[in-house]
Design a binder for this molecule. Sequence first.
Ligand code: ADP
Ligand code: NI
Length: 226
Amino acid sequence: MSVSIMRKEQIIRETEQYVKSILERDSSGHDWWHIDRVRRLGCQLAQQEGANVFVVEMAALLHDVADEKIVGSEEIGMRLVREWLARFPMGTEERESVIEAISTVSYKGGNGKPPRTLEGKVVQDADRLDAIGAIGIARAFMYAGHRGHLMYDPALSVRETMTKEEYRHGPSTAIHHFYEKLLKLKDLLHTESAKMLAVRRHQFMEQFLRQFYQEWNGNVDPSDFT
Ligand code: ADP
Ligand code: NI
């Protein structure tokens, strides 16, 4: 194993510990396992797409450290990320690529800046894939419970466009979140590999919603009794 590969593995291991220590204090649903899934998906997408795997893995590990919901503001978050990366003997270009990828990852109700680099696209795609499918459904209901929202309220209308503030703080339900974000994500992916992975996850959400409304409305098929 070359020295530089050993060094990178060491950086990854130390970064895992750092991220775990920061997310331990979080209660908004950004747990370590989300980070771990995004990191693993990100590395696979990076390989498929020919992106820099180390940059993607580091950015995926650190992407929620820069989240304003966790550290108070995006500025504080990006400063923590910069300070953390400065501890390691990385090339300036590599360090800046990690920072660039992290700075564009968040959705913010559709108000975020699009990623400019392939690595930024890969990390955002991986983060978005973790917001759809079975995992995405589970996370939406966890989040709604955490915020004290209902799982569904048919009287509430779906918000078509919203500011970042409205997205974070306006009234919503877990089911509304599917229309405000989750069902839109497959068309907002950047890489072909992520689009392919999104197909089944998207279909699963549609199937889930069909079944949900059937049960909600108490629609019983007489043939179910036979
Ligand atoms: P953002 O993508 O805006 O940064 P997060 O990634 O912090 O939002 O969201 C964490 C998880 O909670 C995601 O799976 C997301 O889909 C879900 N979530 C965010 N907002 C809501 C909401 N209003 N209702 C239900 N789930 C939500
Ligand atoms: Ni995330």
